[in-house]
Design a protein around this ligand. Structure first.
Ligand code: NI
Length: 184
């Protein structure tokens, strides 16, 4: 089932998300619905707060990169209760967008490499290191679980330049292909 995406201005996007346990009701269906919602919107990552749930769950699928980079294109991951343990001191700049902030794309600095622990969809624990594009998308989605958005990380000048766009999104004055829930 495709769910509406909560857009900029919704209070849920600013909440600290909570851990869940293996008996969280309907978890498998929820994860499935999140992938469907993400694919329908042509996204490469989605965090549970973006569909209105303040829980530590995110999904990522980088298959749109398959043609340019087969290894990246095979990267598909579900993370439950993730915790970033280490971040590299080296930061890199990459352009980001967000299904909750349609039409806004900005360069963001983030650590190049991370070490993260998480549970997969079967509640097996993992601790892995990721770098480059993988680390980038994971950190973006992880930020959603902390109530942070990529627009918080851009320069004050850039933020000023996109201010009216953000106001329009928070007022529901945005046109996007996929179903959204505007701020109340
Ligand atoms: Ni996002």
């Amino acid at each position: 089932m495709i769910l509406p995406v909560y857009t900029y201005g919704n209070a849920i996007l600013r909440k600290q998300a909570s851990n869940i346990d293996a008996d969280y009701p309907g978890l498998k269906t929820l994860i499935n619905n999140m992938y469907q919602t993400m694919y329908n919107a042509d996204g490469i990552g989605l965090a549970a707060p973006q569909i209105g749930l303040p829980i530590r769950l995110l999904v990522i699928d980088l298959s749109p990169f398959k043609e340019d980079n087969p290894e990246l294109g095979e990267f598909k991951i579900t993370m439950i209760n993730p915790r970033i343990i280490e971040q590299s001191k080296t930061e890199i700049m990459m352009e980001e967008g967000c299904l909750s902030i349609p039409g806004v794309y900005e360069n963001v600095m983030r650590p190049q490499k991370i070490k993260i622990s998480y549970f997969d969809a079967d509640f097996n624990k993992h601790t892995d290191e990721f770098s480059g594009q993988k680390a980038r998308v994971i950190q973006h989605e992880y930020d959603h679980l902390e109530g942070n958005l990529f627009t918080d990380k851009i320069s004050p000048l850039r933020r000023q330049l996109i201010k009216s766009k953000l106001i329009n999104i928070s007022r529901g004055k945005t046109t996007c292909r996929y179903k959204t829930t505007k701020a109340l």
